[in-house]
Design a protein around this ligand. Structure first.
Ligand code: GLU
Length: 260
């Protein structure tokens, strides 16, 4: 009986000890990033002023790149300890799920549906869905696009936003979905689609002399810093930072710096 008691007590102690270990710095959390010595962040490589890979310098630039550096400074004491991975609307979620990146800071719109699958910080910027057309098309807005085909990216909010706006206007449009933005731009150039639609910030990366972004703006797009759903410790920490930087003017300073 005594032996059993000891074993039971030992088991309790063991449970307490292992519990304490697991309840400590989360295996996925900040301690893991500190151990790795680098913050892995998924960013856009084709969005001017947000996340753009400058092909002359081979360096990433933009507000979202600076935010990643500021977060690395907090966690690792050095804004340069960031490893950037280029992402698209389609790849950014799986990259978080696989643990290939710790965070995604990549024009990722906060939606109620997405909050079921990822953690989002408070919003650091609000954009809107826009329309890029050939100047020669003569379109002035969505109201002129009855019967036209809109090119949108898979896994983006654009299709639902434009469908809603078209319904409100009583205009019928169809959609063609693509995996990447360069493919949509090529389809616009070749006439396979009549319009390229996504957030205005992203359309800016595909402007050229033949094209223009129309004044129409639909469905506010609030961007948040995203983390894996199970990684609550990191999510709470990041949200604390974003809220601090919203309050103390750091984010307003970045918006001003990049003329957003
Ligand atoms: N911001 C929108 C979204 O999250 C557009 C897609 C993108 O960010 O590439 O769906």
């Amino acid at each position: 009986m005594k032996a059993v008691k000891i074993t039971f007590c030992t088991a309790l102690i063991l449970m307490a000890v292992t519990g304490a270990v697991f309840a400590g710095p989360n295996a996925e959390g900040i301690a893991k990033i500190q151990k790795a010595g680098v913050l892995k962040v998924g960013v856009k490589s084709d969005v001017p002023k947000f996340g753009l890979l400058n092909t002359d310098t081979n360096q990433y630039e933009g507000m979202e790149i600076e935010l990643a550096g500021l977060i690395a400074k907090e966690i690792l004491g050095d804004a340069k300890k960031v490893a950037f991975t280029p992402v698209t609307a389609k790849t950014r979620g799986p990259l978080l799920d696989n643990g290939d990146v710790d965070l995604v800071i990549a024009t990722f719109t906060i939606t109620e549906e997405r909050k079921l699958t990822y953690n989002f910080s408070s919003s650091y910027y609000t954009d809107a869905v826009g329309l890029l057309v050939k100047k020669a098309s003569g379109f002035t807005g969505l109201k002129d696009m009855d019967g036209k085909t809109i090119g949108v990216a898979q896994s983006a909010t654009s299709r639902a936003a434009i469908q809603q706006a078209a319904d409100d206007l009583g205009v019928t449009v169809s959609f063609m979905e693509f995996a990447t933005y360069p493919e949509i731009k090529a389809a616009l150039d070749s006439g396979r689609v009549d319009v390229f639609s996504v957030d205005k910030s992203i359309l800016n990366g595909y402007l050229d002399n033949e094209c223009e972004i129309l004044p129409d703006a639909f469905s506010p797009q609030e961007y948040g810093v995203t983390s894996k759903l199970s990684n609550k410790e990191l999510a709470a920490y990041i949200d604390g930072l974003i809220q601090k930087w919203l309050n103390d003017g750091v984010i307003a300073g970045l918006i001003k710096k990049y003329d957003l």
